[in-house]
Ligand binder design. Structure first.
Ligand SMILES: *Cc1c(COP(=O)(O)O)cnc(C)c1O
Length: 496
């Protein structure tokens, strides 16, 4: 399979090249030149397999120019092992008539980023060998919480890579801070940075563009690389769980083989839902995709009006991983529906004006597949969590999943209650304990770990050991010793 840019510069690379390079030279995103087709025979063969086996076979369709099926199977077996995903990587849980939840948070950090970040570093490590790269990839990440920890867990002790994560000293929850401060692994470092997320993010961006820093780490046989969600190596593993979920629905008799389902995805950067779209394009029986947003409803407005406009207020919500105004992966959808030339123009407009408008015809075609819905505020998120808990036998959802539950219910009420709805759940409720607890009671303890314990008592559900366990781990990277943003470059070079 060859990979080309969404902006049509004519650049062509292989799968390992796309994964190593991350972004195309014209600023576009890499997409496969052709789409593999899911035949009925292949799909029914997958139904009989385990999650790692399914994932390896699906990934092989996309990466078969550079990777062997044996390599992918070995990597998937490790990434999605019972040890890392106890009870299975992507289970589907029934919560009501024609309503099923795909739980993507059983990995090491209890959030869905693990599904991609457990595997992607292994693909990158192999890509370096396959492209003849002698140097070590030095991954720099600025994080507001979830991504940093998931990246650390994914890249730790992977050959030919090292990783440094920077988080703002203010703006990361107590548990997230402790998760990162206690990170294990011989190739990891973690720093808190004075300031907010933008300070950390700008610091990392400046290093990526700094010729002196690039030359200095090159002297130490390293080159900078990012763990960005626009890398094809992060997107491809996400296609697998939609196909796997469909197999599980068939296996348990929730749908007949070939019967179409609807899918609701809590969306921020548009990566997760784009993977669902790719699965549909491959031939998976998906009828409609519901793009669920929180109060930052830039995508809801886009699917309603055809205007994408990031010039708007930014809201901080109880679903922080969806507090996003630039949904980078939307570019791939534009490419598939409007072509490279139009995509290039729209992206140039977005860069210049923070806004673009698509044609009425294109909007009509997008609406055949996508509906954008949003949950208007935190109160409605909490009510949705509460309603699900009360009506669905005590099913406990996190705040991001709460947004999806709200939007799915609306779609079922207003449009389609006949087809089975698959709702994607992206985090453990215990990752956002205070807000989840607030959905059920007015008494929320000030301490986050006390909130966890109280949530467990109140609901009779178990706190994941991976979260509460950080209290007993050794702190390796002291959160109380932040560095200044202007010290980041020297720190990165010194630690290369
Ligand atoms: C990242 C994230 C999302 C958003 O996913 P995108 O691929 O960015 O659309 C939703 N929920 C949680 C918990 C996340 O960490």
């Amino acid at each position: 399979m060859r990979y080309i840019s969404t902006r049509g510069s004519g650049e062509v690379t292989t799968s390992a090249g796309a994964i190593k390079q991350g972004i195309a030279k014209d600023g576009g995103l890499f997409v496969p030149e052709e789409l593999p087709i899911l035949t009925d025979a292949f799909l029914s063969e997958l139904c009989a397999l385990s999650y790692p086996e399914r994932a390896a076979k699906i990934l092989y369709l996309y990466l078969n120019d550079d990777y062997t099926e044996e390599e992918l199977l070995a990597d998937c077996r490790e990434a999605y092992s019972e040890e890392r995903f106890p009870g299975g990587a992507a289970p589907v849980v029934r919560i009501g008539d024609k309503t099923e939840v795909l739980e993507l948070w059983h990995g090491p950090t209890c959030a869905f980023k693990d599904m991609a970040l457990q595997l992607m570093p292994k693909l990158l490590s192999r890509a370096l060998v396959k492209t003849g790269e002698k140097r070590t990839a030095y991954i720099l990440v600025a994080t507001s919480g979830d991504t940093g920890k998931a990246a650390l867990e994914g890249y730790r002790d992977v050959e030919k890579v090292k990783i440094s994560v920077f988080y703002p000293v203010s703006g990361v929850s107590a548990i997230q801070k402790l998760q990162m401060a206690t990170q294990e692994g011989s190739n990891v470092t973690v720093h808190s940075v004075v300031g907010n997320f933008d300070d950390a993010q700008n610091g990392v961006k400046a290093i990526f563009a700094d010729k002196e820093a690039i030359a200095a780490v090159n002297e130490k046989d390293c080159f900078f690389s990012s763990a960005n969600s626009i890398n094809w190596g992060r997107l491809a593993p996400q296609i697998a769980y939609y196909i796997s979920a469909y197999c599980d629905l068939v296996n348990k008799g929730a749908v007949a083989f070939g019967e179409e389902i609807n899918v609701t995805v809590p969306t921020g950067n548009f990566g997760n839902i784009l993977a669902a779209y790719m699965a549909k394009k491959m031939g998976l029986p998906i009828n409609h995709l519901i793009c669920a947003s929180n109060q930052n409803s830039v995508l809801t407005d886009f699917f309603k009006t055809g205007i994408y406009d990031r010039n708007r207020p930014f809201y901080t919500t109880v679903s922080p991983s969806m507090d996003i105004l630039i949904s980078s992966n939307l570019e791939r959808l534009l490419f598939y529906t409007a072509g490279a030339e139009v995509t290039g123009k729209l992206m140039a407009e977005l860069k210049q004006n923070g806004r673009y408008e698509i044609s009425a015809d294109l909007l009509r075609r997008l609406n055949v597949v996508f509906t954008g819905l949003c949950c208007p505020d935190d109160r409605e998120i909490r009510r949705s969590i509460r309603r699900t808990f009360d009506l669905c036998s005590g099913y406990l959802a996190d705040t991001h999943t709460g947004v999806a539950l709200y939007c799915a219910e609306k779609y079922q009420l207003l449009v389609d209650r006949q087809r089975t709805m698959l709702i994607v759940s992206t985090a453990s409720p215990y990752k956002f304990s205070p807000a989840v607890l607030a959905s059920l009671t007015d008494e929320v303890p000030a301490d986050e770990f006390d909130s966890m314990r109280k949530l467990s008592e109140l609901t009779g559900t178990e706190i994941p050991e991976k979260l509460i366990g950080v209290l007993n781990k050794e702190v390796r990277f002291d959160p109380a010793k932040p560095i200044k943003a202007d010290e980041m470059k020297d720190t990165v070079v010194a630690e290369a």
